[in-house]
Design a protein around this ligand. Structure first.
Ligand code: ADP
Length: 422
């Protein structure tokens, strides 16, 4: 007979032991998860570099939940739009900065409600933003999305995508919520630090002309300085002070653009006139170095909607670069034409050209092509400003360049009848 009291007793103990072991295993797993989260939180706080940080957040998010991918979607502080700041996958660069609709998207809903959301079947959920799948060649099955909050204010959303082993569970939710808390604070810190970093960068740039102004002013009163030297010093001081003034102006314009604090006075602007005016402004500089300027402007008026002064600024920045970075007796050609629904202004020069490895950095603040900084002085902001202004007009700037032959910068702006009315 099996069912003796001692056997039953034995079974009960075995069962209890099994339960205990299971409980211990569970606890062990939970402990491991908490330990990993703690590690992660320390790690997140150890970097202030935003892109490194975002990379880390995503990696940890997918690791901890055993998912195929993850995405960080942030609110643009300037215009309130939602955009992809980072995502895993091969085509992530194409995804970056894509705007996500606030109405009817998963991230949008998470932000509106401030609550996490699990979408078990994304392919049949109208809130799933399919553009993303198309770009990533990704097939989203399920999504867990949580808000990124700092002091009760949403700054974005964190999503993990495609659980490898089944459905998202309570534990995943808990993990991602905890991670999101740490991530939100770390992202905010990194953003603040970036701004500070920028200020020190600017101060550093301003210091160079300042140092020369102070140095040459001191030299003016040294014994044994003759008239010719004095004039030369005075000229240098004036040149550096002018440059300093220009840098300050450029910098102010740029910070306004960065902060989205620029108000465009929108009106119909005839580009034919703009090109002519710009040519007049750069003519004296060009003459000094026997650089010829040609303009190819059609007879009929080409009109865009925008801020007249700002559009002129775009063309002026490009044209003055075309003169500055040209050779003696070189040539600058400004061309105005239309292509489909766009107006195109191209500025072509016969300068040294821009090496291919420099092209991706050309529109970064303070970037100068190595070697040019000693020959020509500038603020390193001219192209950044031009690009931002073009973008503020729903336009673009492209560049084509051949080393040894020259460069062509092309501004593209939507034609007036095509642009949304102001
Ligand atoms: P900068 O004030 O230094 O001219 P920009 O933002 O206008 O700043 O230009 C950034 C850098 O791009 C320049 O320092 C120069 O190295 C390069 N660059 C700009 N325009 C041209 C050009 N037309 N030809 C060659 N290099 C150019």
């Amino acid at each position: 007979m099996d069912d003796t009291p001692s056997n039953t007793h034995h079974d009960a103990i075995a069962k209890l032991e099994a339960q205990l072991a299971e409980l211990q295993a569970k606890q062990e797993k939970e402990l491991q998860r908490l330990r990993r989260l703690l590690e992660v939180s320390l790690q997140l706080n150890s970097t202030l570099n935003l892109s490194v940080l975002l990379e880390l957040i995503q990696q940890v998010a997918t690791d901890l939940t055993n998912t195929e991918g993850s995405a960080v979607i942030l609110i643009d502080e300037k215009n309130g739009n939602l955009y992809f700041e980072a995502a895993t996958g091969e085509k992530r660069d194409e995804l970056r900065r894509i705007t996500v609709p606030i109405e009817g998207s998963i991230a949008g809903e998470v932000l509106r409600t401030g609550e996490p959301l699990i979408v078990p079947d994304a392919s049949h959920d109208p809130r799933h933003y399919e553009v993303v799948d198309q770009i990533l060649h990704f097939n989203t099955r399920n999504i867990l999305a949580v808000p990124l909050m700092v002091r009760d204010q949403p700054i974005g959303a964190l999503e993990v995508i495609n659980k490898r082993d089944g459905e998202f569970n309570e534990e995943d939710l808990d993990t991602i919520l905890t991670l999101a808390c740490h991530a939100a604070v770390a992202i905010t810190n990194a953003r603040l630090f970036q701004q500070n970093d920028m200020v020190s960068e600017v101060v550093h740039e301003l210091r160079t002309p300042m140092t020369s102004i102070i140095g040459y002013s001191k030299m003016l009163s040294l014994p044994g300085i003759n008239e010719e030297m004095k004039n030369q010093f005075a000229e240098t001081i004036l040149r550096e002070a002018t440059r300093l003034g220009q840098m300050v102006n450029d910098f102010l314009e740029w910070t306004r653009l960065e902060a989205g604090r620029i108000r465009l006075e929108k009106e119909p602007v005839e580009l034919n006139q703009i090109v002519k005016e710009v040519v007049e402004v750069i003519l004296p500089q060009a003459d000094e170095r026997q650089i010829s300027i040609e303009q190819e402007i059609p007879a009929e008026p080409i009109v865009v909607i925008g801020d007249r002064q700002r559009i002129k600024q775009i063309v002026l920045n490009l044209a003055s670069n075309a003169v500055k970075y040209n050779r003696e007796e070189g040539k600058v050609v400004l061309t105005l034409r239309t292509e489909e629904n766009d107006a195109l202004i191209s500025v072509q020069d016969t300068g040294p050209g821009i090496p291919e490895e420099s092209l991706p950095h050309l529109f970064e603040r303070f970037y100068r092509v190595p070697g040019t900084e000693d020959v020509v002085r500038g603020s390193g902001l001219g192209l950044v400003i031009a690009k931002k202004l073009a973008e503020a007009h729903d336009g673009t700037i492209e560049v084509e360049s051949q080393v040894g032959e020259g460069s062509t910068f092309i501004v593209r702006l939507p034609l007036a009848n095509d642009a949304p009315s102001a």
